[in-house]
Design a protein around this ligand. Structure first.
Ligand code: GLA
Length: 383
């Protein structure tokens, strides 16, 4: 990414120098669609992210330039409605949510750009939210807001300004990321640990299918509602149940008739995924990457068959990976396209990156993109 380019653009447009902030996208080793169910997730920040040059302008207006999209917008942070362009709504939403927290956010000028592929399930939107949440906290509040609250500000922006009822994983990872570490977050308690990620003899590789099936309505929000219905059914006869995390396998069996087959299968996936993250944590502590890989395939099976958030192209990439002796592979992120995440043994890497693109092209006529995962730092100010 050409940082000098956005710095120059900033001074040309606004006649001064700005401060440089950045926040990353993320990968997730395992623990998909568990965050809003109070389960565990296992993300890490990537080196790709959003970079922004920002400077307060002493008004109540934001003047923003999205360099990649060649899009300029002006909006007031005092206005309830805000801009209609989605890339500016993230910025506006973060500013509004910070004001709601009692922070005296003022207007600012900014130029931003990014290199997280859009629609790839790598959380480009969380990167944008975290970048501005971090920056506004630094510029207007001397970093008095803690990191978890910054992540929640990004999440609230998705809920209220974008309409996606996401969990906390993406914003958490973007804010807390640490170079060469994955993080296991317990989304119920908020407790998390860093796991150094230095697999000897293996590497993580993303394959971006370059498809995104935007279905009618909001399938992500629908999945979340299914899980909430099952938890509510169980809560009728068991006290202390707030999310599926509080439910056992026998609780689920008890309400199977009542909730119906579709919601039952959604919840069955989630309960299994909570168990799989714990199995992966144990396996990582032993350096047992074969088990990690098996659990990734099991996650994919659940996401594809029970949770139904995969698609033909991604299922093909997972099958092909299996045939190429890849240790573990699954769809990553919210679903319906985007990337697979692959745990690949060093000795299989060359064949993998050569054969996957040609097989995919032959089947669908689409060029996929190989992305070697590099785990980077979270949101930060760059001096
Ligand atoms: C999206 C959401 C996250 C999480 C994942 C699925 O990335 O933003 O909160 O639910 O999907 O694991």
């Amino acid at each position: 990414m050409d940082i000098q380019y956005i710095k120059t653009l900033f001074s040309e447009k606004f006649g001064c120098e700005g401060i440089h902030y950045a926040a990353p996208g993320r990968i997730n080793l395992i623990g998909e669609h568990t965050d809003y169910n109070g389960g565990f997730v296992f993300p890490g920040a990537v080196v790709q992210g959003i970079h922004a040059i920002i400077q307060p302008n002493g008004t109540h207006k934001v003047r923003a330039y999205a360099a990649d999209l060649n899009s300029y917008g002006e909006f007031s942070i005092e206005d309830e409605k805000g801009p209609s362009e989605m890339h500016f709504r993230y910025v506006f939403g973060v500013a509004r949510e910070m004001i709601a927290q009692g922070i005296a956010v003022e207007g600012f000028d900014t130029v931003f750009c990014g290199d997280v592929p859009l629609g790839a399930g790598m959380s480009s939107s969380a990167a944008l939210e975290s970048c501005f949440a971090f920056a506004l906290n630094d510029m207007f509040w001397e970093n008095r807001i803690d990191k978890m609250t910054l992540a929640k500000i990004g999440q609230a922006t998705e809920h209220k300004y974008v309409g996606v009822n996401c969990g906390i994983m993406d914003q958490f990872a973007s804010v807390h990321g640490r170079k060469n570490c994955l993080m296991r977050l317990d989304c119920q308690s908020g407790a998390f640990e860093y796991f150094p990620w230095e697999p000897k003899g293996y590497r993580l590789v993303l394959v971006n299918s370059c498809v995104k099936h935007e279905l009618v309505g909001s399938p992500y929000n629908d999945r979340r509602r299914s899980c909430e219905r099952v938890a509510a059914a169980i809560a009728k006869t068991k006290s202390g149940v707030e999310t599926l995390r509080d439910c056992s396998w026998s609780d689920l069996e008890r309400v199977r008739q009542e909730v119906g087959e579709e919601d039952y299968r959604r919840a069955r996936y989630v309960l299994g995924e909570v168990d799989r993250v714990l199995a992966v944590s144990d396996a990582l502590n032993r350096g047992d990457y074969e088990t990690v890989g098996q659990q990734m395939y099991a996650t994919h099976e659940g996401l594809s068959k029970d949770y139904e958030v995969s698609c033909e192209e991604i299922d093909f990439l997972v099958e092909t990976a299996k045939n190429l002796a890849v240790t573990g592979c699954r769809i990553m992120g919210g679903g319906f396209g985007g990337c697979t995440i692959n745990l690949v043994k060093d000795e299989h890497y060359a064949a993998f990156v050569q054969k996957i693109p040609s097989a995919y092209k032959a089947k669908f006529g689409i060029d996929c993109k190989i992305i070697d995962v590099e785990i980077g730092d979270g949101a930060r100010r760059i001096e």
